[in-house]
Design a binder for this molecule. Structure first.
Ligand SMILES: [Zn+2]
Length: 412
């Protein structure tokens, strides 16, 4: 009997030991780093659109590429997707995914749009009070999907995505993740420039609901402008999407390493993906003039370009000449300059509608019209001349402002 009891005890102890060994890997797995990837929009919410493409498709393609690389390279990272298909989710549902999984990092991928086809480049947002109207506009557009929901007023506690006043809440908000979010955003922007040769529009702050509701370091990436024809080609190409995903992956590698170090984990040994050197052209083709963003333009200034290094646009089919199309100057009528952020309905516009603006030297420069045809824009200038006698025509090549005279010389 005693022997039997002893045996039974040994049996019990072994079970406990076995249990510990079985449980241990489970616990280790639970302690994995979790990243939530959010492809903005989806389903009946297409996001920004152009004649040929929809934001929701670009966002999803980049997210799926990004997730695949992380899953392949990091065995200790759990990748959670808010959506892997063309599905609609509310902003709150996206934030719920982050919080339910106790995520360590949240990456939202979006595509930008501007009334001006000249705007292009990538920017990364963290949560905060928008310091410029341009940043606020992006948050307002991205938050406006809230309006697709029934009884959004109760669900979002009176937050009206279209009312400037609603955004005051972000001024008084404490975000304990802000430092890490900004740190990650900066690395992403650096990677966009070095890996994808994107124009750097900088790290910005604005009141995004989806970031606000997520309890971890969070960023919202605007990978480029669907409204810029050259950039749209890049954003919708397999190569462009792959490159953007790789750039964010490289930023993730750096971020994760710092995170491991701080949290006392073993630092990950995963290394960044280097850009494959471009194969030498068999025939000596003349190198096309290219535009590149300066390393660090001040946020909200017009992105300046220098003529060095690799192209901003994706390699095109040989029979196309996108660089030339991209460089066709877009003319606009500059109405006036103001330090204030004016609403489009402001009486300052004296009834002129469809106005736009760009920011230069910290001032908002309000414009109307945008066309590559000088004559059309000159016609607009004449139409508004009785209201704005000092209005004059300016031109943009990409995001670079030049005089109308310079622009005309270019097109001759
Ligand atoms: Zn979006």
């Amino acid at each position: 009997m005693e022997i039997l009891k002893k045996h039974f005890l040994i049996y019990q102890y072994s079970l406990i030991f076995l249990g510990i060994f079985i449980l241990f890997p489970v616990q280790a797995q639970e302690a994995r780093f979790t990243v939530v990837l959010d492809a903005g929009h989806g389903g009946h919410d297409p996001g920004a659109m152009s004649a040929n493409s929809r934001e929701k498709d670009i966002n999803l393609a980049v997210v799926l590429d990004l997730g695949a690389i992380i899953e392949q390279k990091f065995k200790d990272v759990k990748v959670v997707y808010t959506r892997k298909t063309d599905k609609y989710l509310t902003l709150q549902e996206r934030a719920d995914v982050v919080n339910d999984h106790h995520a360590d990092l949240f990456i939202c991928i979006h595509t930008n749009a501007s009334p001006s086809p000249a705007a292009y480049g990538a920017e990364t947002f963290t949560l905060g009070l928008a310091k410029s109207r341009a940043n606020l506009d992006v948050a307002m557009r991205e938050n406006s999907v809230i309006l697709l929901e029934e009884d959004y007023r109760t669900k979002y506690k009176g937050f009206d995505p279209k009312s400037v006043d609603s955004y005051i809440m972000f001024e008084f908000m404490q975000d304990k993740y802000i430092d890490r979010s900004v740190e990650f955003s900066s690395i992403i922007q650096k990677q966009f420039v070095s890996y994808c040769k994107r124009a750097d529009r900088g790290v910005r702050q604005a009141g995004f609901w989806v970031l606000h509701r997520s309890a971890c370091p969070s960023v919202l990436v605007e990978v480029g402008f669907i409204s810029n024809p050259a950039e749209e080609r890049y954003l919708t190409s397999d190569q462009g999407q792959k490159e953007l995903a790789t750039a964010v992956f490289n930023a993730f590698v750096d971020y994760k390493r710092t995170h491991d170090k701080k949290s006392g984990r073993q630092m990950s040994q995963v290394s960044k993906i280097e850009q494959a050197p471009k194969a030498e052209e068999p025939t000596q083709k003349p190198v096309q003039p290219v535009v590149l963003a300066e390393k660090k333009p001040e946020p909200d200034t017009v992105v300046k370009k220098s003529k060095t290094e690799a192209p901003v646009i994706a390699p095109a089919k040989p029979d196309q000449t996108p660089a030339k199309q991209n460089q066709a100057p877009v003319y606009k009528v500059q109405l006036f300059v103001s330090a204030r952020n004016l609403k489009p309905a402001s009486s300052d516009f004296k009834g002129v509608t469809n106005t736009d603006y760009y920011v230069e030297a910290g001032l908002n420069k309000y414009t109307v019209g945008a066309d590559t045809d000088f004559a059309k824009v000159e016609k607009i200038r004449k139409e508004v001349a009785h209201k704005f006698p000092k209005a004059f025509i300016i031109a943009f090549v990409g995001d670079k402002k030049i005089s109308a005279r310079e622009a005309q010389r270019l097109t001759k």
